[in-house]
Design a protein around this ligand. Structure first.
Ligand code: AGP
Length: 600
């Protein structure tokens, strides 16, 4: 964490900056720097090491406006060049920053092509050159435009020699505090730096830009520009016969996109910037309610197992069309999580509005940037799955599961999840896209299975624990595009009635990876085989035993039990797809259905 101090007023800035930085020394740092603006000779001083090593020969520059910084380097080695403040080519813009600019390389490459010269290896410096690019006369205007191109986290303080009587500050996820005195203003990343000067402070909120002047200050609320990052060709079929197949093939990439830039492996944690504004509130929650429809509801059900087992949080999952008419027992320590690919599903939105009326914290997990859900929830996480065109939801489901796994780590690490457990899950999550690609290689086998079973009219899907919702999703996928009768049930429920339907004409797809309930699943399979029911097993690679008792096996790679759903669902998506193609149905636009259900 870097330290930021700024001052503008009627006193010499340097001593105030120096005392402020020294109060931030407890945070640890490897280098530091000052910039003090005075009409004749701006003062810039940056050093590697501790302030105390240089204190004896500090000059005492004139100037009543300045910024200062202690650096704990994240991007770029420890060096004087990488110390803050950074500045632009014309040495007009001087800036200090706390945070991480995720897309700084692409910005830096573009600016270098435009002729900008960089002096450091840091991500921070790109902000200076972006401000320079947009600077005409007004500093805050240039800052506003520059920050629209930046992705990541920042707390910044900026001074311009050409627009001198101000400090412009901005915040996104990294704290920035304004210290208010009668005729002087301070800025800091931590109250410790300014508390000796004032106890009147304003905490800047995300997407706010403040302009501090000797005679006052004002705050601009920047509506964050939301970028639809979908390229038009992504929305085209890309050479596939159907959008649905294209979207199933994209499932590994969806996992990759969902986790990109969000895994902090060394801390066994994740960065979900969209939750930072409510992270303190989330820490206080003692109950989660997950609400969704259809496929998203099954994702929420997988999330329930994850969150209970790894975040230790009591969870309740409900379909939105029921939840909105129930009288759920919720209170100020309940967070409601809404899962929706489109972010426009009427029942889910109605349930969301019901929770907002009760003052319940609402979190959204959605795929569509700027969707109604994303705008109406208090905070949220985009799944970044790209456009999903086929009515049958496939890749969005993987994006939801990956996001729920990250949410589990995010919440778990706020409470009792250990660093080791967090790292373990993250390491497995980071491997998943490769494992998913391995599963996709089974597509020809799965197509053969669809041909083998194409004349059957009824299917059971059974699973337990993390894979019970996968049984439900597999059944939904098959029924909604093949129009065959398919039902998903918990394996343990088979003998409570469904077994009566089993005979040689009623195949079952059993999702039975080598996990904590594997033996129980084998018992279910034996119950089915005893009644001549055909069984297709989704099993873990290397499990040769299961071949002896079932009719067909599709293997998936081994992973953490909580992550098996991201692999076990892929063969079921493909099975449904190939069956629908064989039956000559309109795969992408199945009868009676629409992609987004915006009516009750
Ligand atoms: C799933 O294949 C269906 N298209 C449908 O159940 C869908 O999941 C449901 O309508 C929820 O949509 P949402 O995720 O956009 O809210």
């Amino acid at each position: 964490m870097c330290g930021i101090v700024g001052y503008i007023g009627k006193k010499p800035a340097f001593p105030i900056l120096l005392s402020g930085l020294k109060r931030l020394e407890y945070r640890g740092y490897d280098s530091f720097g000052f910039f003090v603006l005075n009409k004749n000779k701006p003062f810039l001083f940056k050093k590697v090491g501790k302030i105390s090593e240089f204190e004896q020969n500090f000059p005492n520059p004139d100037g009543e406006i300045g910024i200062a910084h202690t650096r704990w380097g994240t991007t770029g080695k420890i060096s004087e060049a990488n110390a803050h403040p950074h500045y632009d080519c014309q040495q007009n813009i001087f800036l200090v920053h706390n945070g991480i600019i995720e897309n700084y390389q692409e910005i830096k490459e573009r600016l270098i092509k435009e002729g900008h010269k960089f002096l450091s290896e840091t991500d921070t410096e790109v902000i200076c050159h972006l401000i320079e690019k947009y600077f005409e006369r007004n500093l805050e205007e240039a800052v506003r435009k520059a920050l629209r191109e930046v992705r990541g986290t920042y707390g910044i303080a900026v001074i311009s020699k050409k627009d001198p009587q101000k400090i412009v500050v901005a915040r996104l996820s990294s704290p920035i505090i304004l210290g208010i005195n009668k005729d002087e203003f301070l800025v800091a990343s931590d109250p410790a730096a300014i508390i000796t000067h004032t106890r009147q402070v304003i905490n800047l909120d995300d997407n706010e830009i403040a302009v501090l002047k000797p005679d006052g200050f004002f705050i601009l609320k920047e509506k964050p520009l939301e970028t639809i990052e979908w390229k038009i060709e992504e929305a085209e079929k890309g050479g596939y016969p159907h959008f649905m197949l294209k979207e199933i093939i994209e499932e590994p990439e969806v996992i990759e996109n969902a986790i990109r830039g969000r895994l902090i492996i060394e801390e066994g944690s994740v960065k979900l910037g969209g939750l930072d504004s409510v992270s303190a509130q989330l820490r206080e929650m003692d109950k989660l309610v997950l609400v969704a429809c259809g496929t998203a509801h099954y994702a929420a059900m997988v999330g329930e197992y994850m969150l209970e087992e790894y975040a230790g949080l009591p969870c309740e999952v409900d379909i939105a069309s029921e939840f909105r008419y129930r009288k759920p027992v919720v209170d100020e320590k309940t967070a409601a999580i809404f899962v929706s690919q489109s972010g426009e599903t009427a029942d889910t939105l109605a349930a969301l509005r019901e929770m907002k009326k009760k003052g319940i914290l609402t979190i959204g997990i959605t795929n569509v940037v700027g969707s109604t859900q994303s705008r109406e929830t208090d905070a949220g996480v985009y799944t970044r799955s790209g456009p999903e065109i086929a009515v049958a939801s496939t890749k969005a489901f993987l994006g939801q599961l990956a996001t729920l796994a990250m949410l589990t780590i995010y919440l778990g690490r706020q409470s009792e999840m250990s660093l080791v457990t967090g790292k373990r899950i993250i390491e497995e999550l980071a491997k998943l896209q490769e494992l998913a690609r391995e599963v996709l290689k089974k597509a020809p086998e799965i197509e053969k299975l669809a041909k083998k079973y194409r004349n059957f009219k009824n299917f059971w899907f059974i699973g337990r624990k993390y894979n019970f919702p996968i049984a439900l999703e597999g059944a939904l996928k098959l029924k909604e595009i093949s129009y065959l009768h398919a039902e998903g049930i918990a394996g343990g429920e088979l003998k409570h009635g469904p077994l009566a339907l089993i005979d040689e004409n009623f195949p079952t797809i059993a999702i039975c990876p080598s996990d904590s309930v594997y033996e129980k699943m084998i018992s279910n399979i034996q119950e089915i085989k005893a009644r001549e029911g055909p069984v297709i097993a989704i099993a873990t690679q290397g499990n040769e035993e299961i071949k002896k008792i079932v009719d067909d096996v599709i293997y998936i790679p081994k992973t953490l039990e909580m992550l098996t759903p991201l692999l076990s669902i892929i063969p079921l998506h493909l099975f449904a797809y190939y069956m629908a193609v064989l039956l000559g149905n309109d795969v992408d636009k199945p009868r009676n259905l629409a992609k987004v259900i915006t009516v009750e």
